[in-house]
Design a protein around this ligand. Structure first.
Ligand code: SF4
Ligand code: SF4
Length: 631
């Protein structure tokens, strides 16, 4: 059953994705307002809420970035409305400024901040452990171990946040967010989306008020630190002289491992659902009379360090093991946890081998842009231009589908560090090197974090080319809308050229990235401009994401005509499959190209790069009719 179809269901057990369980828990907890910026593995939380917003009557939106989403949710909570914001772990860095002060002011309605961390960096630039934000900001961190607990915990943290008038962090990881589990549903209460803002000094964090806020924050923190000892999410199971402490998702691995070794009732287990603050009383009780403790947690040694500190202060002399057996990096898995427990308890264990496992040789596949992706002709032509004219350049890259431009053969992303950094880092390089700096950024990323560095570059008049790859959607995370999206019903389209012109950029060109000749001409013009005028130049390469176009064509019943290679004309030069590299184009044993009709979406871009005009449509079709869907 879909998430949406469960809106009217108020009891029973259903299979939900972890992120859907969080969304459901929020609805059952009395959510009225939700705002987020998409990022894997968090995106399905707001996707789910948006899918039911009209049916339930809540307000839900994709915001322009995580800071704005956080501030919007914080503002709603100050009016007494229960609010949620969700983001991937690195998004929390963007929202960190208001996050830190929100603990000082406190809130009125609930404010729940979901951070979905990504151990092993399946789709992220780092694997920072966001539990530290709770320590840093004095905000309690709740951490579920599976989908059912994610729902229960989310529902509960709304009540908790309201009770203490304090923000709460709900931290998940990829395995919890993206695993399905059976979830017990409850009723969704009546929604409240309007409230009243009561003017109080605590909300104005001038130093005199902020000092008072800090004293109150510490008092509140003491109360919260007591209450976490009473929560059902922190509990002791089993008995024995050995204690295993497991936080968040680690609990599931530990239970499975104890069952595997058939020693579930012989070992004491302390399940931690609130790593920040740690339930000290429960910990001390659990640690009494044990001689050895193993702490199992994903990523950093946050719980382990605190356990050692609490035991030291309480003069409990048990030996504490943890990261020395479990390791700091990457996701936990069953064999890793079993191995650590086996060492800790002196058990025999070796990773089981699957008998007679067939050896399968899988060809290496570099992640690549989709067939018909409008970024491909642009990367192709940029690479060809700098190679042919020996132009010294630095391609300052960014986060998005176009990060794939780092891969060969394009190699047009020399630095990628975080959202919006292409312009900021490129700006620094434009001052300190003699190379031509080309910052390459997507439309959504531009609105997310590209505006301030571009203002800075215009203000300081520095020679920098900015290419905005405008496919009119947040493609990488699942096609969420951005200010550059044209078909919003409740939102307004903001053309990027209007914004950059308003910023004072004097070289602004909007081009079609499929028009390879124009790409070359305009980039060359921009290179001359920045060299001579010493100011930023902005090129907006606009064409819709190919996946959106294919979906729209299919919905409209318009036939997609694939392209084919005329064998007698093909000379096997390899330009289309070695340099242009559409995944639909495959070299034959005679080096001649062949186009897979199942993959080709008939975008026509490759026809421009073939020197012998060997690539043609399979049959005549109405180009104008199809072209309308691309714009
Ligand atoms: S027309 Fe060419 S570039 Fe476009 S999808 Fe087909 S093979 Fe790829
Ligand atoms: S670019 Fe043209 S000639 Fe060269 S391999 Fe491809 S189809 Fe053949």
């Amino acid at each position: 059953m879909s998430f949406r179809s469960l809106v009217g269901v108020s009891s029973g057990r259903y299979l939900l994705l972890g992120n859907e369980a969080i969304a459901r828990g929020a609805l059952e907890g009395g959510l009225g307002f939700a705002a987020a910026y998409p990022g894997t593995p968090s995106s399905e939380i707001l996707e789910s809420l948006i899918s039911v917003k009209d049916a339930v009557g809540i307000y839900a939106e994709w915001s322009v970035n995580e800071k704005v989403a956080f501030e919007a949710a914080y503002g709603a909570s100050l009016a007494g409305v229960n609010a949620l914001t969700a983001m991937k772990h690195v998004g929390m860095n963007v929202a960190a400024d208001p996050l830190m002060s929100s603990a000082y002011t406190g809130v009125e309605g609930a404010l729940v901040i979901v951070t979905a961390d990504d151990p092993s960096m399946h789709s992220s630039q780092n694997e920072q452990d966001n539990r530290w934000y709770g320590v840093h900001a004095y905000i309690p961190v709740f951490e579920p171990f599976d989908a059912d607990e994610a729902k229960k915990m989310t529902k509960y943290v709304f009540e908790f946040s309201r009770r203490f008038k304090h923000p709460v962090i709900l931290r998940t990881t990829t395995r919890v967010s993206h695993s399905r589990g059976v979830v017990e549903l409850g009723p969704i209460p009546e929604v409240r989306i309007k409230g009243k803002f009561n003017k109080e000094d605590r909300y104005v964090v001038i130093p005199a008020n902020a000092r008072k806020n800090k004293i109150k924050l510490l008092e509140k923190w003491d109360a919260i630190s007591e209450v976490v000892n009473e929560l059902p999410f922190n509990k002791v199971e089993g008995d024995g002289k050995k204690l295993i402490i497991a936080s968040g998702s680690a609990y599931g691995y530990v239970i499975e491992a104890l069952d595997y070794f058939k020693i579930r009732d012989k070992v004491r287990v302390l399940k931690i659902g609130t790593p920040v603050p740690l339930p000290k009383k429960i910990l001390i009780e659990a640690a009494e009379e044990v001689d050895k403790i193993l702490v199992v947690e994903e990523l950093d040694s946050l719980v382990e360090t605190n356990v050692k500190s609490v035991l030291h202060d309480s003069r409990i002399e048990a030996e504490v093991r943890g990261k020395d057996l479990v390791g700091y990096e990457f996701e936990l898995n069953h064999s890793r946890v079993r191995k650590a427990i086996a060492k800790f308890l002196d058990l025999d264990y070796s990773v089981p081998q699957t008998p007679n496992q067939p050896v399968v040789s899988v060809p290496t596949r570099i992640p690549t842009l989709c067939p018909g992706c409008p970024y491909r002709p642009l990367f192709f032509e940029l690479r060809r231009l700098v190679n042919q004219e020996k132009i010294p350049y630095i391609a300052s890259g960014d986060i998005g589908c176009y990060s794939l431009g780092y891969n060969p053969p394009y190699r047009m992303q020399d630095i990628i560090i975080e959202m919006g950094s292409s312009i900021g880092v490129g700006y620094g390089l434009s001052i300190t090197t003699d190379d031509n700096v080309i910052a390459i950024i997507g439309d959504s990323t531009f609105y997310h974090a590209g505006l301030p560095p571009l203002v800075n570059a215009v203000w300081h008049k520095k020679p920098l080319i900015v290419i905005v790859l405008d496919n009119e959607v947040i493609a990488m995370t699942g096609h969420q809308p951005a200010p550059s999206s044209k078909d919003g019903k409740e939102t307004r389209y903001i053309p990027i050229e209007n914004v950059v012109t308003g910023f004072g950029v004097r070289f602004v060109e909007v081009i079609d990235p499929y028009d390879i000749k124009t790409v070359r001409e305009v980039v060359k013009k921009a290179l001359s401009y920045v060299r001579e005028v010493k100011e930023p130049a902005v090129i907006i390469a606009r064409r819709k994401c190919a996946l959106e176009v294919v979906r729209d064509l299919r919905r409209a019943g318009v036939e997609i005509v694939p392209y084919v290679v005329l064998e007698d004309k093909c000379i096997g030069c390899g330009i289309c499959y070695d340099w242009f590299v559409c995944p639909a184009i495959i070299p034959g044993s005679n080096k001649k190209a062949w186009i897979d009709p199942e993959l080709c979406i008939g975008c026509s871009a490759c026809a421009q790069v073939c020197p012998t005009k060997a690539i043609v449509p399979q049959k005549e079709y109405n180009k104008e009719e199809v072209e309308k869907f691309w714009r």
